[in-house]
Design a protein around this ligand. Structure first.
Ligand code: SAM
Length: 244
């Protein structure tokens, strides 16, 4: 099989292009102020920062500083450091950190899968709805749990079996409605990111891939046969009504 991606640097740029596509699709525009929760290693932060341009601002929030070095390196790589501020904080309670109605958009990229507890999901979405301006959009991007081939199945199993929780789409949309977001939509973004087995067996934090002897035992033969594929993405969007 001809796995398209066999090189870490190409993988990083390909995933960055995917994140840029998501940022474009959700409507991030020049000059916007965007708050991102769960910025991690900064891949999506850099994509949003590219889109908002010199006059825009991105406030990136994460509960840990563990990725600070990678985060800074990624902002440098994509030349967007001057428009990003990072704050370490828990996204379930940002009341003392970000005022109501501050942001043109509030976004996340693969945050929900890594929450410590499922009941954090409604608390985070409530905070996102509080922080966004009237008529502004809240957009959450998550991977789809519906594998369409063995390579996607290997990627999804890697996450589920390591403790990630992939919420059902209805759980997310129902919560968004309860948080008084309106015009809820779910759109899909397919990817063409196929990892070779050799690449899939490396530590690739920016691609949310962590390989260890335990994974080798459970999924090694599947990955040898099929490699892995970055799954389809689901984008959940909702607008804060000016009436609320
Ligand atoms: C899969 S990573 C995000 C990937 C990142 N957005 C990217 O584009 O590469 C999930 C991130 O969410 C953060 N996180 C988990 N729970 C959180 C919370 N309650 N508040 C803020 N960040 C949280 C984790 O620390 C982790 O960095």
């Amino acid at each position: 099989m001809d796995w398209k991606i066999t090189n870490v640097s190409v993988l990083e740029d390909t995933i960055f292009q995917l994140k840029l596509k998501v940022a474009r699709q959700i409507g991030v525009l020049g000059g916007m102020t965007v708050v991102e929760i769960g910025s991690g290693q900064g891949g999506f932060t850099a994509a949003i920062a590219k889109r908002v341009g010199e006059k825009g601002r991105v406030l990136a929030i994460d509960s840990t500083r563990e990725y600070a070095e990678e985060f800074a390196r990624r902002l440098d790589r994509y030349s967007v450091k001057n428009r990003v501020i990072f704050i370490q904080a828990d996204g379930t309670n940002l009341k003392n950190i970000v005022s109501d109605g501050t942001a043109d958009m509030v976004v996340s990229y693969r945050l929900l899968e890594e929450l410590k507890r499922p009941d954090y999901m409604p608390r985070i979405i409530r905070e996102m709805a509080r922080i966004v301006k009237d008529d502004g959009l809240v957009c959450l991007t998550e991977i789809s749990a519906a594998a369409r081939n063995e390579a996607e199945e290997a990627y999804i199993r890697l996450h589920k079996e390591s403790g990630d929780y992939l919420f059902k789409p209805d759980e997310i949309t129902e919560t968004m409605k309860k948080c008084e977001l309106e015009g809820i939509s779910v759109s899909k973004v397919d990817t063409d990111i196929w990892f070779s087995p050799q690449l899939a067996k490396q530590d690739l934090g920016f691609a949310q891939v962590w390989f260890d002897p335990d994974v080798e035992g459970r999924l090694g033969s599947m990955i040898d046969a099929y490699g892995m594929k970055y799954p389809e993405l689901l984008i959940f969007s909702g607008q804060k009504s000016a009436r609320n």
